[in-house]
Design a protein around this ligand. Structure first.
Ligand code: SIN
Length: 545
């Protein structure tokens, strides 16, 4: 199959030069763009439609210390504890302290959070010591926040929208990020966009797993791009598996919010027995990593492909009002959750690791910033506290924008090139069928070998296959799918390397061959970096403490 390595050239048009480029239309990207629009011109780039982000699907809510019985210190200590003390204290502090202001701002912009007697309606979730989760329309919190942020952003004349444009690679000039190469999904044209700063807010990579709560767009594009440009990826071994997503042969693994357990939902095995007390004193409200692995163990012990979530005792009216999206979605799959137990099993949900940033969203590359799930400022440690992610997008979206503004004086460097060498490539193109076959095999490989439970053996064999795929998936592809799968393979390979390197079991990362939690050096973070401009065969990875 291998053809001689040669430079692949694609014909590019020069797009407009702008002050700022924001890539990704979820909560972090929108919030960053709104901030940046006050200071300059912003081009908002997104693959597909702006309504395809993971944020849109967030059900449970936003954790924020606004309840009278709560305070930011408690929220901080719950965040650190859930993260197994691996998180960065400074980042967690910023999250909980900036959080209340970000929420009040959303309210002032018209976000309708659910209330009781004129006050926020608070719920509890796993590992929270207080009721501090606020929500909108029962279980449509992400949708409501995105609605408001999109409408705010659309009012800014300084924001230009570039939907259905896939960002392929970051452009680098003299060691700084100077723009992005994009692919127009409608015309197949390539376009270079120049800017003084780029904010990556492309979300996570759940799609690399065959069972995931994430939408089809979560293919690790930002992590792939940043890695190829020389940024450091950190803590990638920590992939959060949500304990409860719908398990039906006929349905995708639709998320069943943790707030269902927060409101009293129970987990039962195939005999109908409650089992969570055997795993943790907080039972159904134990930290997410513990509940997910308990379900996994119980599935193995009872030779079942799923467990059950039982909310029937909560009452039909309450369930339909409190969880309208979940109720109607399950009904569409012939499950009436007011009367039946729901078959559930874990699914890949959230990446704690990502592009290394400081608390201002700055990456190690001048001109490049990152916020939201794509970034890792250390706030989540080894396991994210439930409902901290929407808050993170808001808080660090603003912070990344504020840091990006400081670069505005830097000169925008245009990229007038017509033919842009993309990659040294072995195989110029693959058929769509090839690409989809690899996508599906990759997702099964990641689920089977780098899932909730890993071993050195499973990781080594997966790594060999990932390297093989990586060598043959270089492009150019002339369609979005090829570029996505290339990113998925690269991020999958990086997760596998990080998981192989971490020889202990902490938070979301569990090694059956190294079950101890805290061996020597457990606080060291995995770091992966590729030497810039080596987009071809010589991947360099380094891990330092
Ligand atoms: C959920 O509603 O269970 C998901 C919320 C989160 O991931 O924090």
């Amino acid at each position: 199959m291998n053809s001689p390595a040669r430079k692949a050239l694609v014909s590019c048009k020069s797009g407009p030069a702008t002050d700022f480029i924001v890539i990704g239309c979820g909560i972090a990207g929108l919030r960053a763009a709104i901030e940046l629009a006050r200071y300059g011109h912003v081009v908002m780039v997104t693959k597909g439609s702006p309504l395809e982000s993971s944020s849109m699907y967030a059900q449970g809510g936003v954790a924020v210390a606004l309840n009278e019985e709560d305070d930011v210190h408690l929220h901080f200590s719950d965040t650190m504890k859930a993260g197994h003390q691996l998180g960065q204290e400074q980042a967690a502090k910023v999250l909980v302290e900036d959080g209340p202001e970000r929420i009040q701002e959303l309210v002032s912009w018209g976000t309708q959070f659910d209330t009781v007697d004129g006050k926020f309606a608070f719920t509890k979730e796993g590992a929270h010591s207080r009721s501090r989760i606020i929500r909108a329309r029962g279980d449509a919190t992400g949708d409501e926040i995105v609605r408001v942020l999109l409408s705010q952003a659309r009012q800014h004349p300084t924001i230009t929208w570039l939907d259905h444009h896939f960002s392929i690679d970051l452009l680098m000039t003299d060691g700084r990020c100077s723009g992005v190469l994009v692919f127009d999904e409608a015309t197949g044209d390539y376009l270079t966009l120049s800017s003084t700063a780029v904010v990556l807010a492309t979300g996570g990579a759940g799609q690399i797993y065959s069972r995931t709560s994430n939408p089809a767009s979560a293919t690790g594009d930002g992590m792939g791009m940043a890695y190829r440009a020389g940024a450091t990826l950190v803590d990638l071994e920590f992939v959060q598996f949500h304990p409860t997503s719908l398990f039906l042969p006929s349905s995708p693994p639709f998320l069943l919010s943790e707030t269902m357990r927060g409101e009293g939902g129970l987990l039962r095995n195939r005999k109908g027995d409650l089992f969570m007390k055997q795993y943790h004193p907080a039972a159904e409200l134990a930290p997410r990593d513990i509940v997910a692995r308990a379900i996994w163990s119980e599935m193995a012990a009872t030779r079942s492909r799923h467990m059950y979530l039982d909310v029937t005792h909560l009452g039909s009216t309450f369930i339909r009002n409190r969880f309208p999206t979940i109720y109607t979605t399950c009904l569409r799959f012939d499950i009436d959750i007011t009367e039946e137990w729901i078959p559930v099993s874990p699914s890949a949900h959230y990446m704690m690791g990502g592009i290394q940033t400081n608390i201002g969203g700055a990456t190690g590359i001048p001109g490049l910033f990152a916020a939201g799930e794509v970034a890792c400022n250390g706030v989540h440690g080894a396991n994210r506290l439930a409902s901290n992610s929407l808050l993170e997008g808001l808080v660090f979206g603003v912070r990344a924008a504020q840091s990006a503004m400081d670069t505005k004086t830097a000169r925008t460097l245009p990229h007038p090139t017509n033919d842009l060498p993309l990659w040294t490539t072995g195989i110029i193109s693959r058929t769509t069928e090839d690409v989809e076959k690899i996508r599906s095999s990759l997702r099964r490989l990641m689920w089977g070998k780098i899932g909730l439970v890993r071993t050195g053996e499973s990781l080594v064999s997966a790594l060999a296959q990932l390297h093989r795929w990586e060598r043959t998936m270089r492009g150019p592809f002339h369609n979005r799918a090829g570029y996505e799968v290339k990113n998925m393979i690269q991020v999958g390979r990086c997760i596998t390397e990080a998981a192989l390197w971490r020889e202990n079991s902490l938070g979301a990362h569990f090694r059956a061959d190294f079950p101890d939690k805290k061996g020597r050096g457990w606080k060291t973070h995995s770091q992966l970096q590729q030497i810039p401009e080596q987009h071809s065969s010589d991947q360099q990875t380094g891990k330092v403490g």
